[in-house]
Design a protein around this ligand. Structure first.
Ligand SMILES: Cc1cc2nc3c(=O)[nH]c(=O)nc-3n(C[C@H](O)[C@H](O)[C@H](O)COP(=O)(O)OP(=O)(O)OC[C@H]3O[C@@H](n4cnc5c(N)ncnc54)[C@H](O)[C@@H]3O)c2cc1C
Length: 288
């Protein structure tokens, strides 16, 4: 199939893009990497009256550190996250997650803003950004607002973004000393979306007791799930027993749906195993 007819515009500034989003509202669609939107256009699952192509908006493509925050422009490609030394040094979990997305071709075009806005329940970046407590800075003609990941994801392919809003940047707390991290996942074939993925980080004090932890899971519901059970680790050493108990508690707090790829029970089983593996690797990677 081919897309239904649409108008096309390629502004070079955010302000121009916002004018079109304001004028057309839900009849407009932002085109970033096109890796999710173009198939949806071809299948006519999306029928916008206008495509606002942001690929020429240079002010949306950057990676920088501001104090204790890693700030990433929405048009930053997955491949840039994967290779960037700034990301590797300040948020290695993000570069490892980017490397797991699809294939080299998908990573070369796909963007962090597009991945967040698309909100596929098994996508790596939304899962990692939720685990890390990131925020999205979004803009419209009405002004700007910051949305925490707790508020951003609603359900399958649905977020808190309004039709006239554009994600400008994503803000992620930088890694500090005594932190370890890991992302673990299971997929059927290389390049497929994961059945389940788990992103985790742990921070310890000088007594090697956990002072903070974050765990998020993809593929277990309509949007990434931030596990409350991460708090069970706080005050304990991240040893085998503590990790096993936490992984079991994580599996108990999710209710994945069965579908034609995996049953609910199998997804819950994967969630437990992958959480245990992620926490074990994260604990082993903690450095002073
Ligand atoms: C074969 C294949 C395999 C893939 N495998 C994986 C995988 O394993 N893991 C994974 O995570 N992803 C995977 N993807 C999806 C990929 O990560 C996409 O890059 C991502 O979902 C969307 O990013 P995009 O930049 O291509 O966005 P687009 O397709 O251009 O847009 C997606 C949606 O986001 C909106 N949007 C884009 N940018 C903004 C913005 N700045 N502000 C507001 N809204 C915006 C668009 O309007 C649209 O609704 C795969 C894709 C393909 C084609």
């Amino acid at each position: 199939m081919k897309p239904s007819k649409f108008r096309y515009t390629a502004p070079s500034m955010v302000a121009e893009a916002l004018d079109f989003l304001n004028e057309y509202g839900s009849d407009a669609k932002i085109l970033a990497g096109g890796q999710s939107l173009v198939p949806m256009l071809n299948l006519r699952l999306a029928r916008p009256k206008i495509l606002v192509d942001i690929n020429r908006v240079e002010e949306l493509s950057f990676i920088r550190v501001e104090g204790d925050t890693l700030v990433i422009g929405a048009l930053t490609r997955h491949a840039e996250l994967e290779k960037s030394e700034i990301v590797k040094q300040n948020c290695p979990l993000l570069s490892e997650a980017a490397a797991l997305i699809g294939s080299r071709a998908v990573r070369t075009r796909g963007t962090i803003g597009g991945s967040l806005a698309h909100c596929d329940p098994a996508a790596e970046l939304p899962c990692v950004l939720h685990a890390l407590g990131a925020e999205a800075l979004v803009v419209s003609k009405q002004g700007e607002r910051t949305i925490s990941m707790d508020e951003f994801f609603i359900t399958y392919f649905t977020t808190a973004l309004r039709p006239d809003e554009l994600i400008r940047e994503i803000r992620v707390p930088v890694f500090t000393k005594r932190m370890g991290h890991a992302i673990t996942e299971v997929w059927r074939r290389y390049g497929d979306f994961a059945l389940v993925n788990v992103a985790a980080w742990i921070k310890t004090d000088s007594d090697e007791k956990v002072v903070g932890a974050g765990i998020a899971l993809g593929g277990v519901g309509g949007s990434p799930h931030k596990a409350k059970a991460a708090d069970l680790l706080v005050g304990k050493r991240p040893d085998e027993k503590a990790i096993k108990e936490t992984a079991e508690a994580v599996a108990d707090e999710i209710s994945p749906e069965s579908d034609n790829i995996a049953s609910s029970d199998y997804r819950r089983h994967l969630a437990k195993v992958l959480t245990r593996r992620a926490l074990t690797l994260a604990a082993a990677r903690i450095r002073g």
